[in-house]
Design a protein around this ligand. Structure first.
Ligand SMILES: [Zn+2]
Length: 100
């Protein structure tokens, strides 16, 4: 079995996907921006609809904040996966000779 596609997937795709999700989550969490289309809503009344996409909720409202936080946490977990796998691998390599 060829292990290189799996190594590529874990050590290259995971950090890229994780960083993309972190960037998207923090971008949509930016204050004063629409959480869906990122339209600049500064100067509009607090609970006004987005003039660009018609989203009813203000970017500071609970639903969008929770969605952004979920995406941020998932992004961090995906980004950290290769580092955790590498750390576990290193610990196994260090512990295995001691078990013999
Ligand atoms: Zn919008």
């Amino acid at each position: 079995m060829n292990i290189y596609p799996i190594i590529f997937l874990v050590f290259f795709v995971c950090p890229v996907v994780g960083l993309s999700m972190i960037t998207l989550a923090t971008r949509s969490a930016r204050p004063g921006r629409c959480g869906i289309c990122h339209y600049d809503m500064r100067g509009l009344p607090r609970f006004a609809r987005c003039p660009e996409c018609g989203t009813g909720r203000h970017p500071g409202s609970r639903g969008l904040a929770i969605r952004s936080r979920l995406m941020l946490n998932l992004g961090i977990m995906i980004f950290m996966t290769p580092f955790i796998i590498a750390l576990v691998g290193l610990l196994v390599l260090l512990v295995l000779p001691a078990l013999r």
